[in-house]
Design a protein around this ligand. Sequence first.
Ligand code: C5P
Length: 397
Amino acid sequence: MLSAKRILLIIGGGIAAYKTLDLIRRLRERGASVTPVLTRAGAEFVTPLAVSALAGHRVFSDLFDLTDEAEMGHIQLSRSADLIVVAPATADLMAKMATGRADDLASTVLLATDTPVLIAPAMNVRMWQHAATQRNIATLKGDGITFAGPNAGDMACGEHGPGRMAEVPEILDAIEHALGDGPLKGQRVLVTSGPTHEPIDPVRYIANRSSGAQGTEIARALAALGAHVVFVTGPATVPPPDGVTVIRVETAREMLDAVEATLPVDAAICAAAVADWRVSSASDHKIKKTKGGLPVLAFAENPDILATLSQKTTGRPRLVVGFAAETDDVITNATAKRARKGCDWIVANDVSPATGIMGGTENAVTLITADGAEAWPRMGKDQVAVQLAARIATALS
Ligand code: C5P
């Protein structure tokens, strides 16, 4: 339900604008109020009269309408909602948002706001795939903008592929999710994820087989409960989830720097597979193959991020959770690891090749806390994440 939620709906200029008429009706059915802003291009596709009749609210449409400015200035308009929804978010609107332009009412509101923003992109498939749009998408995600869609499918222009605006029920789900008052609302949670890459020389590195799948699912599950998640990720093979602040790093030392810069947090979940060692003799130049001689690599120990966080005397997160990927004596080793590192919980799992867990979609974990070991049945990594996030929410409440 969205009762008493205030949505500022910016309608961009695309054929999918017709779907926003239904979106307005469904939002109002759920108890939300809708203040519509129609761009000049949007007004080519839906009329102000239809929008205002369905919204039960006048339509704002021009930055320099003096009556609007007298009644409600664009700054006030930008702050008067619980959520700003842009649908359809055209390539042009997204480019304006990504570059911070403010040359009409919609883009000015988007630049002036301190309200969360959710966009439902819609455009031709080639426009979506264009390097410029992809750059803008990355920028907007980094700015904390939430995306609903786009979907892949047949397009009004006769082409096929990604770029269709999400359907109204999907946008409604995303809006409910974005406005969700989950149990972790107001909590700031750090999640480390993925492997690290430790350079040998400019072209070679030491890595591990972590895909980042479990950390990604945990970040997603925590965000779904309303947490503000800062996701510090090494070069993972799975993409980061939507709705989290993503910080990308390569090496263990970069990861520690990013983690330190993220503090303070209420909880830290260290799911990254951080390399234990780095090559201390890493070369600035590509190491050449020489006849009769093999390169000798010297190693240095990497900082232990989990232990550093756990053993902080000031500003320690209230809850620090580590992982233990073991191939033998899982519970004994993980229990010892919990004590050694000083973290509150350890999520232990058996990563022997026969289990298929490392890089796979399932996990069988044992949660080790001060109260002992609790074995969870084998389940999808997404389910492990949902259960762990629920436990975290209880621990932080
Ligand atoms: O010591 P080990 O690598 O087995 O411990 C695993 C746990 O410690 C994981 O939670 C991992 O994210 C964390 N870790 C870390 N920094 C390191 C090594 C491990 O945060 N340098």
